[in-house]
Design a protein around this ligand. Structure first.
Ligand code: ZN
Length: 231
């Protein structure tokens, strides 16, 4: 999968996907995060696919503009952290500082610094939650990893490895805790049977409200684009 961009203001990142099954060149804009994928058949040169994308530039930009929900992480932008909206402001010192309604980030590569800070915070909170729930359940997990997954908020492997989306740190704390409890409960029940949900209830308590929050608002957490990430 290659990374390219349509030049212009702003440049539009393009993901190139060569496909043996594709019959023609096509463009797709993700509903979830607005990323643009250009798919082309194996026999078609990349240059031809790119010139096709250029002919569709107006359409692409129009489509992206029709997504008022996308937000680039930069100074002045607001972002929820642990469910509370904070304005991103330049820091005077060298560290990221979180307070009640602001997050101060040192200047220079601020999007990347903030992403790194949020991942550390996510790891801290998720590790704490998983340790607590695993202790109540009487099971242990092997590893805890973070990714920027688009399709799921967490997973639990048959080897006891837990994986989470670090964007959960943007959600209210009870939502992050619910996802932690959900994945930990899979250490006992590798399914979504009534027995599994009984374990979730046992270690977390009533889970309907955070579960519903995630279903209704989860896509919101993907609004924020940290432009230094591969997108
Ligand atoms: Zn599950």
């Amino acid at each position: 999968m290659g990374e390219h961009a349509l030049p212009g203001t702003p440049p539009v990142p393009l993901r190139l996907r060569k496909s043996a099954r594709a019959r023609r060149i096509s463009l797709r804009i993700s509903q979830l995060d607005g990323r643009v994928t250009l798919t082309y058949p194996t026999g078609v040169p990349e240059s031809e696919a790119l010139s096709f994308a250029r002919t569709k530039e107006g359409w692409i930009r129009q489509h992206l503009q029709g997504r008022p929900d996308m937000a680039t992480v930069q100074f002045g932008q607001v972002i929820p952290i642990e469910g509370k909206t904070r304005r991103i402001v330049p820091a005077t010192g060298r560290r990221v500082l979180l307070d009640a309604d602001e997050v101060a980030v040192p200047k220079g590569a601020e999007a990347r610094r903030l992403a790194r800070y949020l991942k550390e915070l996510a790891r801290d909170r998720l590790t704490g939650a998983c340790d607590d729930y695993a202790a109540i359940l009487g099971r242990s997990y092997t590893t805890l990893s973070l990714r920027d997954t688009r399709s799921r908020w967490g997973s639990c492997s048959s080897h006891g490895g837990l994986m989470f989306s670090w964007r959960l740190i943007l959600a209210p704390p009870d939502v992050l805790h619910y996802v932690a409890a959900h994945e930990v409960a899979h250490l006992a029940e590798m399914n979504h049977s009534p027995a599994f949900w009984a374990q979730v209830e046992k270690i977390f308590g009533p889970y309907q409200s955070p579960r519903r929050w995630l279903r209704d608002n989860g896509a919101e957490l993907h609004r924020y684009r940290f432009d230094t990430e591969p997108s």
